[in-house]
Design a protein around this ligand. Structure first.
Ligand SMILES: [Zn+2]
Length: 430
């Protein structure tokens, strides 16, 4: 099966960061040509007046929490956690599946083709991800047994999930030690060993709030990253979410170990946990940085275009420097840098021959995208309101969203179901 996406403005994200007028040829799920392509494809898709770009990669979320959108707003973190944990305790496997489907629909509509998830019941989430047709890097939460509501040992559940899902085309299973506040050193090292044994990586929360870091320091006598470096937990290719409260030595320890950071500006600002992740220092020291929305109860959406904008604005405001995190760097963090952070730079993150055909087509004839040119396209993608412009979303050469409609799904029915499930869940949690 071959598709020629014809006559668009292609924001390639190749090493030269070229934006070129032209075509993208897709054959059997991979990109085989970019630019002026001569081919006899099975199908031609008109992309004139459109931007064609790599699908965005959301590097930290809890997708099924889409069902818990806006359940705890404008309150302190402690109250937020009390409220979300109380609702979470009442959730059924069906709620998790319905929530994950809702989150995947939202991501597909806003140009995200891949996401990194941290939760339990990832087998249910994998099913929803595959049904919608997105790519999931799904981390099963591992934590000390005394803290979990999971049935059975979390590490064993994670191991089973990995074994059952490691050969699926759209799913990459990960090990997700939830965070140092619920994981003993023993649990962390078990998680690391499992990741090594199964040839995958770890995804975890790290140093999100000052409170968490100070509490940890009180009991362990060390800051989290210093301690994790000392016990040999930090591993190349692992991905830490947040990384807000880090010293320069901790930033260096992450760089030395090759651990990436998923920066979640909206969630950090909304929960008012204070502080701003030291991104300029991470860039200087060589820490790979990507972006994540976090879950829908702390964001409250999954729009990666907004995440790029907020990432850029947050650091400009914080450093009094309009040149810090320019639009191009924000786009890099959501595409090519993100692909590196999830160990998929050979397949994802840019539109180049040989890569998987995960791409998004935006109709730039809507008011917020006029004018769009080769010169301003990247700025428009980051600072304008591009998610309204998403027309088509393609994952591995297959249309998920086409002409703003889901190809294989009854979106209306799924959204009605999500509304009902959310109402029932909230009623149970009252
Ligand atoms: Zn999170």
């Amino acid at each position: 099966m071959s598709i020629l996406v014809k006559g668009g403005l292609v924001v390639t994200q190749n090493w030269k960061r070229e934006a070129v007028k032209g075509d993208v040829l897709i054959e059997d799920g991979r990109i085989t040509g970019v630019g002026h392509v001569k081919a006899r494809p099975d199908e031609v898709v008109d992309a004139s007046g459109c931007v064609v770009m790599p699908g965005l990669i959301n590097c930290h979320t809890h997708v099924s929490m889409a069902l818990m959108r806006s359940v705890a707003d404008d309150v302190k973190l402690e109250k937020f956690l009390d409220r979300t944990f109380a609702i979470d305790a009442k959730r059924t496997a069906e709620d998790i599946g319905v929530g994950a489907t809702l989150g995947c629909l939202e991501m597909a509509r806003s140009g995200t083709t891949s996401f990194v998830d941290l939760y339990y019941s990832e087998d249910v989430i994998a099913k929803s991800t595959e049904e919608v047709g997105l790519r999931g890097f799904l981390g099963w939460a591992v934590l000390d047994e005394k803290f979990t509501t999971q049935k059975g040992k979390p590490i064993k559940n994670c191991e089973r999930f990995i074994r059952e899902h490691k050969n699926r085309p759209l799913i990459k299973p990960l090990v997700a030690p939830q965070g140092v506040y619920v994981c003993s050193d023993e649990t962390l090292m078990e998680a690391k060993e499992l990741a090594i044994k199964e040839n995958t990586s770890c995804h975890y929360h790290l140093s999100e709030t000052r409170f968490e870091v100070y509490e940890y320091q009180k009991t362990k006598g060390k800051r989290p990253v210093d301690h994790l470096a000392e016990i040999g937990f930090l591993s190349k290719g692992d991905l830490a979410a947040h990384g807000v409260w880090l010293t320069i030595n901790e930033v260096r320890a992450l760089a030395k170990a090759g651990v990436g950071v998923a920066h979640c500006p909206t969630s950090n600002m909304k929960l008012a946990s204070g502080g701003v992740a030291p991104l300029p220092e991470m860039f200087n020291e060589g820490v790979p940085v990507c972006l994540g929305t976090d879950g829908c109860s702390s964001n409250n959406g999954l729009d990666m275009f907004l995440e790029m904008k907020f990432a850029s604005l947050m650091h400009k405001a914080n450093r009094w420097d309009a040149s810090v995190i320019p639009a191009q760097k924000a786009l890099d963090m959501a595409t090519i840098d993100a692909a590196r952070c999830v160990g998929a730079e050979k397949d994802l993150g840019s539109l180049e021959p040989g890569k998987k055909a995960d791409l998004v087509i935006l109709d730039c004839s809507i008011p917020s995208m006029v004018p769009t040119t080769a010169e301003n396209a990247v700025a428009n993608l980051v600072y304008a309101s591009p998610s309204h412009a998403v027309r088509d979303t393609i994952v591995e050469g297959k249309f998920v969203l086409r002409d703003r409609k889901f190809v294989n799904l009854d979106e209306g029915a799924l959204l009605r179901k999500a509304s009902e499930s959310a109402a029932q869940l909230l009623a149970r949690a009252k």
